[in-house]
Design a protein around this ligand. Structure first.
Ligand code: KG4
Ligand code: ZN
Length: 339
């Protein structure tokens, strides 16, 4: 089965052609980072307009690179949410139009579930279940037990900021460009990760939940003085800035990895799967390596860790098989999707 997937939840326009849920024939992503960088974050209206401009060329180039024609596509899969409403609408309308014109089924896919599937489709061997799923993206932070593809049990999530969001906010405080994650990681490489005694947040009676807002405020006050606002001047030397970036990164990732390893043990998971843009971080990968987990820790391959359409097409294949049919043309974008 040849699936054409479309991704337009936020600031990346993607189209991919994937055979039978794992064989990636093409995976084209057009990033909008240049567009949003001057604003220090994603501007929803600009994002929708850019999706409109580039989506058809992106679909055409994904088809061309795959060596397939539209007529050879068996199923259209599209990211239904969560995401920005205007951005989602662009991808969904294109997918519906293609499905209608070619009389082929259409299926809507959860973007966050697809981030976990990205790690699954990156493995050469079939997985043994259950797995512990660790979702770490710009908008989500969650630990879930993956019973099988399509079947999840939420153990905990963030009660305030998502982990990627906290990287982006800390980057702003430290005067770094958007997107903040890669910039903080780079700055932290030359820093002393133990210089600042920042503590991770605890969530009462929820051992697998996260709280990052306290860490973010601690970074702000360390960088700009107690009670400072985002606009206050930075009071740190270059080396202190590096040390603060490194300390922040260590604290949030130690919290994340400790909870993930504990949850995996408690729920007898056979492996740990990571997904979402933050999984791109090298320091996090090293931290898991150092922890010498007794079960495999599995990561999405490079092209599948940031937003992309291959994970949408891959998961769309399974969603279609699980449902036994496609979704109707009344498929609506969902800005939020609970687990
Ligand atoms: O999964 P993603 O591409 O989009 C969402 O679905 O949200 O994740 C984007 C997030 C951003 O917050 C970005 O700063 C973060 O992932 N990110 C990173 C790194 N690369 C991207 N965070 C930490 N370290 C990185 N290397
Ligand atoms: Zn994403």
């Amino acid at each position: 089965m040849i699936v054409l997937g479309i991704e337009s939840t936020c600031d990346e326009t993607g189209c991919a052609v994937v055979r039978a849920g794992r064989d990636i024939l093409s995976n084209v992503v057009s990033s909008q980072v240049d567009l949003h960088e001057p604003f220090g974050g994603v501007v929803p209206e600009l994002a929708s307009r850019r999706h409109m401009e580039v989506i058809l060329p992106v679909v055409e180039s994904a088809l061309e690179q795959s060596g397939k024609t539209l007529e050879q596509v068996d199923l259209f899969a599209v990211a239904q949410g969560p995401g920005l409403i205007g951005a989602l609408l662009v991808g969904i309308h294109v997918a519906k139009t293609l499905s209608m014109a070619l009389e082929k089924p259409l299926v809507g896919v959860n973007h966050i579930e697809a981030h976990l599937y990205a790690a699954m489709m990156s493995q050469p061997e079939p997985l043994r279940f259950p797995c512990l799923g660790v979702v770490i993206s710009g908008g989500h932070t969650a630990l879930v037990v993956v019973e099988k593809v399509g079947s999840y049990r939420l153990l905990g999530q963030t009660v305030d900021d998502a982990i990627g969001e906290s990287f982006d906010k800390v980057a702003k405080v430290l005067g770094l460009p958007y997107p903040g994650g890669p910039a903080v990681e780079k700055l932290a490489r030359e820093g002393d990760a133990f210089r600042y005694p920042i503590k991770a947040g605890r969530v009462k009676e929820k051992p697998f939940s996260f709280s990052f807002s306290g860490v973010k405020t601690a970074v702000l006050y360390t960088a700009k003085g107690a009670g400072a606002s985002g606009e206050s001047p930075l009071l740190l030397s270059d080396q202190e800035r590096k040390d603060l970036a490194a300390s922040f990164q260590r604290v949030v990732f130690e919290d994340l990895s400790a909870k993930a390893l504990r949850a995996a043990e408690q729920f007898s998971c056979q492996s740990i799967l990571l997904g979402g843009g933050v999984s791109n971080n090298r320091y996090l990968r090293e931290l898991f390596q150092k922890a010498r987990s007794t079960i495999p820790v599995l990561w999405p391959s490079g092209a599948l860790s940031l937003d992309n359409a291959a994970m949408i097409a891959g998961l769309g294949y399974h969603r279609y098989l699980l449902q036994g049919c496609g979704d109707g043309l009344d498929l609506e974008p969902l800005t939020r999707i609970p687990w």
